[in-house]
Design a protein around this ligand. Structure first.
Ligand SMILES: [Fe+2]
Ligand SMILES: [Fe+2]
Length: 506
């Protein structure tokens, strides 16, 4: 097809990056074909019909193949092209392109832009049939897109409608007279679903930890199943988008300090573990270890835990026992012994220090384990940056990292600390932020008094001639209830969108 080829060439010439060109027989192509074919087939065949079953099988196989790499993906039509997430698909000329064109018309008639497909572990054929039938039924509704959105709001496959694209734009830039087309920046329901999922995992982790602590104190049997599941969910979110979890770790709940602290330590440890290239399995074990690092605090009198003044030397000796107590409490959990052994070390060592100068004092002089070193860094950081009974005003990350840097080589591992600082690192100037208010902003600076290193940033506005700099916002601004007006949801490097930060900032 000449038209297709010409379009491809234009795209290549105008895009700042070459479009994504999948080799033959890509699963996404099967998805496109299935989305056109299955709604037709389901009208004329029963689901047990051989032809229908074959096509349904192909669709499911293609979805599974894509889900192996990402939990969620979007197939989206935009200006006559299909995108998989933010990558433009360069479909091979021929039947696939023809099908894609027809699918676009099909979607357009119903006011749809595409679909989000969310990995479903126990998917059945009926789930696919339900989805396909709903797609067919929507055409007879007054407002097909809205109806379908409502009907499939809890489904593994959800339609993308115009409300998902409030800030979608493609911009033009004319350096040396030539047009440059950036990747469309899209706030999509996939991102939102991930954010909601991550938030849910956080509150479930809090609930699971509280129940483990209560059961231990009451002397009841405690199993690991729920804790493992919730940590596993977090690992999934983490490998999908580190920022979502990292931002969640800034949750500070003063009343429930120990619990939020433990969940934060679990998250920060997992993020650092991932940065160090640990496998998903190792990251999950590390997360559980972090979650339980202060479990022994259930054995310390609550009056000490809540104390607002400095500890007396005797009280401090008592508090120092908590790492040993954590070790003992983990032993009480019903779980496979070998697995439990892997969880024990970090809680035991988290106050020991790489120079072994901390506590518990023991004959045990082996170097600290990797998990112990990681949890110690996460523990220090969260403790310093959250408000505690004796320090109601938390430190900002910069101050905290300064203090931690001075502890490098003593209580903290200097190399791991470097990786950690890089990770939590303060948003660099020029970073593109997507906020939960569906705005896009570019970081201008981080004032020294910023809350949680929340920067000042310029909103990005769109005018006919391209992107322009809008109003300056302060991400530390709060409403009358002390809630942040905006939270950072995702960060991008400006070059991802062909933006030259200095063009906008200077
Ligand atoms: Fe501790
Ligand atoms: Fe701790």
């Amino acid at each position: 097809m000449d038209g297709g080829k010409a379009d491809m060439e234009t795209a290549l010439a105008t895009s700042s990056k070459a479009p994504f060109r999948p080799p033959a027989e890509q699963p996404i192509e099967t998805v496109i074909q299935s989305l056109l074919r299955l709604p037709q087939l389901v009208k004329i065949h029963q689901p047990n019909n051989k032809i229908f079953a074959e096509n349904l099988g192909l669709f499911r196989k293609a979805l599974s193949a894509i889900w192996e790499e990402r939990q969620i993906f979007n197939l989206r039509a935009h200006r006559g092209r299909f995108y998989m997430d933010s990558q433009k698909l360069a479909l091979p000329p021929g039947p696939v392109s023809v099908t894609a064109q027809k699918l676009m018309e099909f979607l357009d008639k119903r006011g749809l832009f595409g679909f989000t497909f969310i990995r479903k572990e126990d998917m059945k054929d009926e789930d696919v049939v339900d989805f396909i039938r709903a797609v067919n039924q929507c055409s007879s509704q007054e407002k097909p897109a809205e109806w379908l959105r409502e009907t499939l709001s809890e489904s593994w496959a959800r339609p993308l409608t115009d409300s998902d694209f409030k800030i979608a734009f493609v911009f033009k830039e004319s350096a040396d007279g030539s047009k440059v087309q950036g990747r469309p920046l899209v706030w999509n329901s996939g991102t939102r679903t991930l954010a909601v999922k991550a938030r849910k995992s956080y509150s479930r982790a809090m609930a699971v930890l509280t129940s483990v602590e209560t059961k231990l104190m009451e002397g009841g049997a405690v199993s690991l199943a729920k804790s493992r599941r919730v940590v596993q969910d977090m690992v999934e979110s983490l490998f999908e988008d580190e920022r979502l979890l990292l931002n969640l770790s800034t949750i500070r709940d003063y009343d429930d300090y120990t619990c939020t602290h433990s969940v934060n330590v679990a998250i920060l440890s997992m993020c650092l573990g991932r940065r160090l290239g640990l496998s998903r399995v190792a990251v999950a074990t590390l997360g559980l270890s972090g979650l339980f690092h202060d479990l022994g605090k259930v054995d310390i009198p609550i009056s000490l835990i809540r104390k607002t003044d400095r500890f007396t030397p005797e009280e401090y000796e008592e508090v120092k026992n908590h790492s040993l107590f954590s070790f003992a409490r983990i032993l009480q959990i019903n779980a496979d012994h070998r697995f439990k052994t892997r969880l024990l070390q970090a809680p035991f060592e988290h106050h020991l220090g790489v120079d072994l100068g901390g506590y518990p004092n023991s004959e045990f002089n082996a170097p600290m384990s990797l998990f112990g070193r990681i949890v110690a860094i996460a523990d220090h950081y969260d403790a310093l940056t959250s408000s505690r009974s004796y320090r109601p005003v938390p430190m900002n990350p910069e101050q905290a990292l300064d203090i931690m840097t001075s502890a490098a080589g003593k209580s903290l591992d200097p190399l791991l600390l470097k990786v950690f600082i890089n990770m939590v690192g303060i948003y660099p100037i020029g970073t593109l932020l997507v906020t939960d208010t569906r705005e896009v902003a570019i970081v201008a600076e981080t004032p020294p008094d910023a809350v949680d290193a929340r920067p000042l940033a310029f909103l990005m506005d769109r005018k006919d001639e391209g992107i322009i700099r809008g109003e300056m916002i302060n991400l530390s601004d709060t409403d009358e209830h002390g809630q942040f007006l905006r939270n950072i949801l995702r960060c991008f490097h400006p070059s991802d969108f062909g933006i030259n930060a200095s063009d906008i900032l200077l």
